[in-house]
Design a protein around this ligand. Structure first.
Ligand code: EPU
Length: 354
């Protein structure tokens, strides 16, 4: 295990923001973390450095150089643990690229993750965000995960209930002793994640964009590979590829309101995109709200609002003149203010700001 100093983080965050880590360690195996923690002041670790766990960097806004010791998770591995007439149990190392992992499961003939194709990021970060798209959330396919407690160095395993999944939320996003009573933010380094892909496979086709694909192509009973291809095509058409235009996916969560609040908004803006939720609340499309406030294509410095999807903030300066984290956050705050002034709704950012 080697501590690298003054490491450029631009290649490691999907926004492409230029910042540096004072110290960075690449974690290839569980033993790297235990070794590091067992020598807190040893030659391998800067004394008393707090740690920051860096996964795929696809849900991150960096606002300055990182002083904490960055643990860059690069744990590899893909394996089938169990196959039965009830389903497949598969495991990915936290450092595996998410889309590569999804494609691999399909290549092996194990369907179930196809709706989550092309989401940027790593396998280890997927439960933190409880990533979701086109009618499927990670929690629908999650089995369990292994992690290491960064305070004690002890490994532990969590099942789905213990992860406290919610919409783009989990126990990993809450500080210890938070309102949820149990938080692991800054405390856990996820090392491996297991997914349960049940048999018989059932397609999830309820999302409007997928219904459109069925109508367009005339294919009404697609297999998992077909759904994977459709999701890839839909995302490519709507969302910027971080390899070309830096971004962190949806910048805000879709807010939920009461039916009364929604009726109030509809009275003023009949076109507001809204979806009734099973618990009686109504989810609004944040992208629509931002778009309605006229933000598409606007910029603060080199941070901008994507022309094809107002929910996505982008780096317009590329790698040569990247936006700063400060520009991204100034733009985000201006959007929040204008959506609040017009609709009375407070948008909550999705990415981690560091
Ligand atoms: N809309 C507009 N203008 C815009 C953007 C959206 O009018 O600029 C409207 C669309 O026409 C549509 C509605 O808003 O009627 C919803 O848009 P879309 O279907 O693109 O989905 P979304 O709610 O904006 C969510 C997730 C995405 C996920 C898609 C598909 C969140 C915050 N975002 O976006 O997740 O891929 O649904 O399931 O839940 C991510 O989290 O990074 C992400 C990309």
């Amino acid at each position: 295990m080697v501590v690298e100093n003054n490491v450029a983080l631009q290649p490691y965050n999907s926004f492409g923001i230029a910042a540096r880590a004072q110290h960075l360690v690449r974690v290839h195996a569980e033993s790297d973390v235990t070794q590091l923690l067992s020598s807190p002041d040893g030659p391998s670790r800067p004394p008393d450095a707090p740690v920051f766990v860096l996964g795929g960097g696809s849900n991150l806004v960096i606002t300055g150089d990182i002083k904490a010791l960055v643990l860059k998770v690069e744990i590899p591995g893909r394996r089938l643990i169990e196959a039965s007439d009830k389903g497949w149990l598969v495991e990915g190392g936290a450092g595996e690229n998410w889309h590569g992992f999804v494609a691999w499961t399909l290549d092996q003939g194990w369907p179930g993750l196809e709706n989550l194709a092309l989401i940027p990021g790593s396998v280890g970060a997927s439960p933190v965000q409880n990533i979701g798209a086109y009618g499927v959330e990670l929690q629908d396919r999650f089995h369990s995960l292994d992690a290491i407690d960064l305070q004690t160095g002890q490994p532990f395993t969590l099942d789905a209930a213990q992860c406290g999944f919610g919409y783009r939320d989990s126990v990993f996003k809450h500080v210890p002793a938070s309102d949820k009573g149990f938080g692991l933010a800054g405390r856990a380094l996820i090392t491996r994640v297991r997914f349960w892909l049940p048999k018989p496979w059932k397609p999830v086709l309820g999302y409007l964009d997928l219904e459109r694909k069925m109508t367009e192509t005339g294919i009404h009973a697609p297999d998992a590979r077909q759904i994977f291809d459709w999701v890839v095509a839909i995302r490519r058409a709507k969302l910027p590829d971080p390899a070309v235009i830096g971004n962190a996916g949806s910048f805000f969560k879709n807010p939920t309101v009461t039916p009364e609040q929604c009726a109030d908004i509809i009275a003023r803006d009949p076109k507001v995109v809204h979806y009734p939720m099973p618990d009686g609340s109504i989810k609004l499309a944040a992208g629509w709200l931002i778009d309605a406030c006229g933000w598409k294509g606007k910029s603060v410095g080199n941070a901008g609002v994507y022309e094809k999807q107002a929910l996505v903030l982008v780096n317009r300066g590329g790698s040569a003149h990247p936006c700063t984290g400060g520009e991204v956050m100034t733009l985000a705050k201006a959007i929040q203010t204008s959506v609040y002034e017009r609709f009375g709704i407070r948008l909550e950012p999705e990415p981690v700001v560091v």
